[in-house]
Design a protein around this ligand. Structure first.
Ligand SMILES: Nc1ncnc2c1ncn2[C@@H]1O[C@H](COP(=O)(O)OP(=O)(O)O)[C@@H](O)[C@H]1O
Ligand SMILES: [Mg+2]
Length: 326
């Protein structure tokens, strides 16, 4: 299968008190046509910074290195003009909070057709029909009425459906969805995920799905990259990640998935401690300060990202030695 995007060793540094610190360090992945890759990790792992670096939406003060190859060209080398043409058209995005992405003073229909007009030459009539069709596709009842409505008149779930309509209307090659359902109720969350899955399948869209929730990953993804403290620590198919887990961090995330059949008190075993701040990255393995299997070596030497079989990768001294219980 052809690759839609290949991210190769990107790094992002932010300047804090005249020093640069890496928020993202040596991150690489690719996504095939029609494939959904999950980027998962706790809050503060560097998921959003990674996605913003890809679409060049970070502040100018951020230093970005590496390459992001899209259709044979490096997005990081493109002019602002070229990038604008790609963004929203060929590569579209959905973020967590639809209210902040929708403009409160424009009608819904106008906001969706604006994206169309930016990327395609269409008559008013054609644009109107496409917007109407898209609103129907994202499951909005009474689409004519909604087109003439304003964002504040919609529920959170409806607003996210509108955001999906905006993201999909130009039939993008790649959709980047950053925590698209985190702000929604659980039932609405399931509906929105189902919608995204249907649309990406029907349109053959590749998806980079960013989430802190491995439950969402199991539902939606083909492959998974697990991110911790600015690095990918494990990468593989959904089956690799769930059933042949290698990295202790991934194991910790899996233990924290809520299980319906277990009493609330026993439900979650979040990993003790927090993701380190970018100014305080531990020496050696970045997870060493929280890892239940930590060894002497982990605190001084950083493990490499190694192939532990069939394109399943892990960044851990134990998986490097194949000593970790599966
Ligand atoms: N503009 C910025 N300046 C300095 N540090 C930042 C900036 N944006 C993000 N960070 C830091 O980068 C790290 C990764 O952030 P982020 O990508 O938002 O995490 P995630 O999306 O996984 O929750 C965090 O430690 C965050 O504080
Ligand atoms: Mg984020």
């Amino acid at each position: 299968m052809a690759e839609v995007i290949r991210v190769d060793s990107i790094g992002v540094e932010f300047s804090i008190n005249q020093h640069y610190f890496h928020a993202v360090d040596d991150v690489s992945f690719h996504i095939h046509e029609g494939e959904t890759l999950g980027l998962v990790g706790e809050s503060g792992s560097g998921k959003s910074v990674t996605s913003l670096a890809i679409v060049r939406l970070l502040a100018k003060s951020a230093r970005v290195t590496g390459t992001v190859m899209y259709k044979g060209r490096n997005l990081l080398d493109m002019t602002v003009q070229e990038m604008r043409q790609i963004r929203g058209g060929e590569i579209s995005m959905i973020f967590q909070e639809p209210m902040t992405s929708l403009n409160p003073v424009y009608k819904i229909g106008a906001q969706i057709s604006e994206t169309l007009h930016l990327h395609q030459r269409l008559s008013k009539r054609e644009a109107h029909d496409q917007v109407l069709g898209m609103l129907k596709k994202v499951g909005i009842a009474r689409p004519e009425e909604i087109m003439n409505g304003y964002p504040y008149q919609l529920s959170g779930g409806m607003r996210q459906r509108v955001m999906i309509a905006i993201a999909m209307i130009c039939n993008p090659s790649l959709l980047i969805a950053d925590e698209p359902t985190t702000a929604l109720d659980v039932t609405i969350q399931a509906q929105i995920l189902r919608l995204m899955k249907e649309l990406s399948r029907d349109y053959g869209t590749s998806v980079l799905l960013i989430t802190h929730d491995l439950g969402v990953v199991a539902e939606m993804c083909d492959r998974v990259a697990v991110m911790y403290a600015g690095q990918i620590v494990e990468q593989g198919t959904v089956d690799d990640i769930f059933f042949a887990t290698h990295h202790p961090y991934t194991q910790g995330l899996l233990k924290a998935i809520p299980k319906i059949d277990v009493k609330i008190k026993e439900r979650l075993q979040p990993i003790d401690g927090n993701v380190p701040a970018i100014t305080r990255m531990p020496k050696g393995c970045r997870f060493s300060s929280r890892c239940p299997y930590v060894m002497e070596r982990c605190r001084s030497e950083a493990p490499a990202f190694v192939d532990i079989g069939e394109r399943h990768y892990s960044r851990c001294w134990l998986s490097a030695a194949e000593g970790l219980e599966k």
